[in-house]
Design a protein around this ligand. Sequence first.
Ligand code: ASP
Ligand code: MG
Length: 333
Amino acid sequence: MPAMSKPLVVQKFGGSSVANADRIRRVAARIARERASGSDLVVVVSAMGDTTDELLALAGAITDDPDPRELDMLLATGEHQSATLLSMALHALGVPAIALTGAQAGITTDGNYGRARIAGIDPKRIQDEVAGGRVVIVAGFQGQSKTDPTLSEITTLGRGGSDTSGVALAAALDADRCQIFTDVRGIYTADPRLVPDARQLAVISYEEMMELAHQGAQVMQVRAVELGWVNNVVIEVLSSFEDVPGTLIKEDPFVEQRNKVRGLAHDRNVAKVTLVEVPDRPGVAHAVFAPLSEGGINVDTIVQNVGHHGTTDLSFTITRGDLAKTKRILEPI
Ligand code: ASP
Ligand code: MG
């Protein structure tokens, strides 16, 4: 009789779950338990704690305008640290494991540094390692671009991008489960750190989750939810600190019939830009927003005040990290 193949579980651990050596050991113990229960495992990690912010701050201490290619090489090292350390922690428990960079894991992207999109995944290396009995730890948030086929360049997927790595790998590997471990128990009706009586949801639809993530709920990256939706990956969000049921993100057949507010989210990572005394004539908004869009800046809310004496004030919001670039693009205009 052919051996029954084991279920393949993709687990992603966020920065707070691997913030220090102790927590990395705890994550390793959890992985060892799952493996002992008979699963094959591919594990995606974020950088330890605030490592990515710290690396960004370091680059910012060197220059206001770091080269995007160099910045991606720098940021990718955060996930190399956590992946290799977790692999070592598994070795210490007697569990065979190997850490792979995004490139080694077969993840290719477009050439947009800092916000690359996954172009494809060749799962062969991961599958070989799993077949060899190893737990595969993949550095999240990164891939390689091959826009020039002779070169391999490290790219990153945008902040929070290891969620996308996790869901994309679950889709490419046709995993049986995709679990996103984080520092909360799951998805809540509001941020439980701000609203004490927020309730945890057992199930949420992709659509509702995307809406929440879009509005600033930080539990999961919007793109990752979208990717799960498109590829029909059921995503389980759960706590890495407590053994309690999480929240399932999946297609919800009842979503159309429900007409209630499901959740509230907020976002502090926003910068507001106001252009004062902008000439109040057609085409001006285009002159401002077209170059921003070409520069890859995602403009959110736009408010244009009532004009006085032929001028008006134009305000809009962007992600805080895009502020320097936005200023650079708009100054000449
Ligand atoms: N370490 C990266 C970040 O902080 C990616 C991630 O956490 O998913 O944005
Ligand atoms: Mg993170």
